[in-house]
Every structure is written in structure tokens, then in C-alpha cells.
Design a protein around this ligand. Sequence first.
Ligand code: SF4
Length: 349
Amino acid sequence: MKKFAYFCNSMKNSTDKPVILSASRTKDMVHRSPDLLADILLGRAPCRWGPRSPFGIVDPEQLHTLVLWTKDPRNLLQHHRLRSVLLDLHHTHHAQISLQITATGLGGSFIEPGIPNWQEVHAILSELLAEGWIDPAAAVYRFDPFIEMRTPGGRILSNASASLFKKLCDAFTSLGITRVTTSRADSAHYPRALERINSVGLEWLRISDNRAENLCRQMDEICRERGAEFSICCEPAIKSLMENWGCIDARLLNRTKGESYAPATEEPHNKIGRQRPACQCTYSRDIGYSTGSATCYSGGYGCLYCYSQGNAKLPDIDRIQNEISAFDHDPEGYLRSRDLPEELLGENK
Ligand code: SF4
């Protein structure tokens, strides 16, 4: 009871408005911990939003929006418990369910070995949105990150491509999504991820500021042509393309939920909590720190560039090395055999 009372206080923010909960920027709880996520949302398991934050219990009446971050939304269709909890939150407690859905085009390649390919993510999302309880206008499509690698044989695998972006942007915006974001994966900030990548013989190529800016400006243009809004998530720091909104944007979520509901605070997160300095998000709480929330890296995603994994080893190094060799030997054949976009085959610049 003590914990519950404490949580009721801590769940409210300084402006005493309903809260936006996020699950979870670095854990993909939908894919990796669907039972725990259901238990937390039911108030049957404690949650926390920082390694040193207190434990608490979710009070659905305080919940404005639940933001689900995922690269594999299939549990939203197939996991019975999670689905029924989410549907109950939405229908009974009027919680808005929002998605941050990521598809980089690299899913299923040796860079993102455990992620479904983008066509699969798109097909699942299409079926899910057709059910009508998740508003695509409250969702963000993430082409995140863009990255480029050179193999030991000198081939380039890269999703830093405007034509690839256009293909995926077309597909995801056609589902009614009107916000799109990206970021450049930058090895300079993540030396351990760089070591991991080097350990399989890959070279993480830096995408120059000029090239990244050109690409982001093309992405912006592509989004405008489709009536969608584009914004960069922190990197590269191009002010004019990152100041309109952050990934979690209470102004949007208040609008999509509707005026008849009490609004969430629209204060920037960095005024209340702590995010990267360039972060434009409004205030929310990420429940990925809850006890038992396993990492998606160890659960099979194993993205080579994963920032959140420190010096964790690759889940299946032999498979990665075999795939790199297959790509070196016959890049077009490798991409075809995995139904990967041909645009991933980059040029040496
Ligand atoms: S393994 Fe790392 S990079 Fe891949 S989805 Fe999970 S947190 Fe993100």
C-alpha cells in the first residue's frame, strides 16, 4: 500500500497531469517481455523508470498514453494476455496506445540479425492498425538509425539511401502514419559497439556531416511530398530539421486523444527529467528499467550497433561471420535470398 501511495505521487509530474508511459526505448518490451509488460500494466508487477528510481504500481486512471517502441509488433496481434490488457486499457480506462515503429530496411541482415524484414513489420502493422484501436496519427515511423558498414571483402552494406527511405516511407505513411524520424548511428559516441563490430571484421564507416545532412534534407522532402512531418532524433544535429517535435510529443498525443480528456504535460522532458541535450521529447516515463525487463539484444535481436549493450558479445558470432562471407561472395544473391532491399548494397565512396 505504501508503494502504491508513493507511486501515485511519483506517477504524476510536477504539473499534476496524467502521465505518458513509454515501453521502452531500449528494451522492446512488446517483443521481449510481453508478460511482464501485461503484469505491469495490470498493476500486478512493480515498475520503475530509472535504475535508482523507486518501485511503483501503475494506476490506469493516471495513464494518458502508453507509447510502445518496437521493431517487431507481432505480439500486439498474437500475445493474448498483452493484447487483452492493452484493449482493456484503451476501452475501459481511455488510455491512448501509441506506437514508435522501427524499420530500417536492415532487418534480417547481419546488421540486425534478429529483426524481421521491413515487409513483415509492415504487414503486421497493417493488420494491427486495421483493427482500429491504435490511431496511426499518434504513431511515429522510425527509419532509425541509418548506418554504413564495409565488409572484409570491401563490400558496403548501407541503409543511408534516399531511394530506400522513399520505398519504406511510402509503405508506412500509406498506413496513415504522418510522422517520420531518423538518426545517424555514430560510432564516436559508442566505442564498445564499435569494438563489437570490428570483432567480426566489419568497418563502421562514418557518414560525413555533409552527406548526412543531404540525406536528411531529402528525407524531409520525401515526407513533405507525402503529407508527413519529418524530424531528426538528436543526430545529426541539424537544427532546422529537429526542432519541431521530439519522438514523444505530448502536443501531438493530446491532439490525437482529444480535448475531452485531461491533457498530459507539454513541458520538455529536459526541463523535468534528463535526456540527451538535443532531445526534443516532452515529459514521459520509460518503464524499461522494471525488474525482469530483459534486453531485446540478448533475446535475439542482437543488432550489431546496439548502443545499450556496452560490451555484450554477439549472440551468434558464427552465424554473423557466415553471413558476412556470403554477402562478400555474392551480395545481390545474399540480399535476394533474404528478401532484403537491393538498395542496401552501397557503393564505396
Ligand atoms: S538489440 Fe539494441 S539496437 Fe536492437 S532493437 Fe534492441 S536495443 Fe535497439
